[in-house]
Design a protein around this ligand. Structure first.
Ligand SMILES: Nc1ncnc2c1ncn2[C@@H]1O[C@H](COP(=O)(O)OP(=O)(O)OP(=O)(O)O)[C@@H](O)[C@H]1O
Ligand SMILES: [Mg+2]
Length: 326
């Protein structure tokens, strides 16, 4: 497989100025703190982690909607790190957001929403627009009968399909999906996920799928990265990570599934594994950032930050004691 996107040492620090002293020398939220990875052509890549760990910040940077503090992003051989994406490059990278309710203009009809990008980028002659619209709506599981409707005449799942339709209308090579299913009903989530998979298969689009629930990506992801407080702590093929997680945080995420037997018996979820709250990204722990919640932590973890180390050709972990936990 060929590499589509190569990300090196990416950082995004947000300055915080809460008082006069910080006005002159701000503290920084290290939302993304030196992450490196690549995404292959046609790959379904998952980015997983708890709320606030820097997933959306990473997604926005990759989609060209937020400038990084430093680092390098190479897309198809072109360095796009600090360039404003324009023209064809703007078309090739698209993003679908978490909330389909706020990402569609309520005054535009579905047909206009889907065709807007095609018209802006001048991709088709006017005479072919309706034919293209019908095909895109079919691809996302909506018929032409939806083209005259306004967003508020649609269900959440249907709106998210329109958002996906808008993105794929431009035939992107890279699609960032930031928790696109989290505001939807459980039954609709699976359908939307399947839609992304279908797009990947049909058009060879690389999907960068952001989620806080590691189990969401279980079916479709080829590889994924686990993020904790701005850092990637584990990265690898899905099967490797699910069968032998090499970071205590990944283990924790994997074990935090609802215990359905208990749900049935006692009517409540047993969130085994999830312990404590993540520390503030303004003041992360020294050494390994996960050590304050880690059952394996010892004095080395306090002193020395673990680097992302190679375990197999495709599997990396940032834990001093990864071989104790696999
Ligand atoms: N524009 C901003 N200014 C200041 N801080 C920000 C900004 N955007 C994000 N942050 C902070 O950066 C950190 C990472 O935020 P981000 O939205 O990337 O997290 P996330 O992993 O997407 O979380 P969630 O799962 O809740 O969406 C958080 O601490 C957040 O408060
Ligand atoms: Mg987010």
């Amino acid at each position: 497989m060929q590499k589509l996107l190569v990300v090196s040492n990416l950082k995004k620090y947000f300055p915080v100025r809460r008082n006069l002293k910080e006005f002159f020398s701000p503290s920084y939220i290290k939302a993304v703190d030196d992450i490196s990875f690549d995404v292959m052509k046609g790959e379904f890549f998952g980015l997983v982690g708890e709320s606030g760990c820097g997933k959306s910040t990473t997604g926005l940077i990759l989609a060209g909607l937020l400038r990084p503090t430093s680092g390098k992003i190479v897309f198809n051989g072109t360095d796009i790190t600090f360039t404003k994406l324009k023209g064809d490059m703007r078309r090739k990278i698209q993003m679908v957001f978490q909330n389909p309710f706020s990402s569609l203009n309520p005054r535009m009809r579905v047909g206009e929403l889907v065709l807007e990008g095609i018209i802006i980028h001048n991709l088709l002659p006017k005479s072919r627009l309706q034919e293209r619209l019908a095909q895109i709506l079919e691809d996302v599981g909506l018929g032409m009968e939806f083209s005259e409707r306004y967003p508020d005449e649609l269900s959440g799942g249907q709106r998210q399909r329109v958002c996906v339709a808008r993105a794929i209308a431009l035939e992107p090579e890279f699609l960032v999906a930031d928790e696109p299913t989290s505001s939807l009903d459980v039954s609709v989530r699976a359908q939307i996920l399947e839609l992304f998979e279908k797009i990947r298969r049909k058009f060879g689009t690389s999907i960068f799928f952001i989620t806080h629930d590691i189990h969401t990506v279980k079916t479709y992801a080829d590889r994924f990265a686990v993020m904790y407080l701005g850092k990637i702590v584990e990265i690898g093929k899905k099967d490797e990570i699910f069968s032998s997680p090499a970071h205590p945080y990944t283990k924790m995420l994997l074990s935090s599934v609802p215990d359905f037997d208990r749900v049935i018996e006692e009517g409540r979820y047993d969130l085994r594994g999830i312990q404590g709250e993540p520390p503030s990204p303004l003041n992360p722990p020294s050494g390994c950032r996960f050590r304050t919640r880690c059952p394996y932590a010892d004095s080395l973890c306090e002193k020395q930050e673990p680097e992302l180390k190679k375990i197999t050709e495709t599997h990396f972990s940032a834990c001093h004691f990864w071989n104790k936990i696999v």
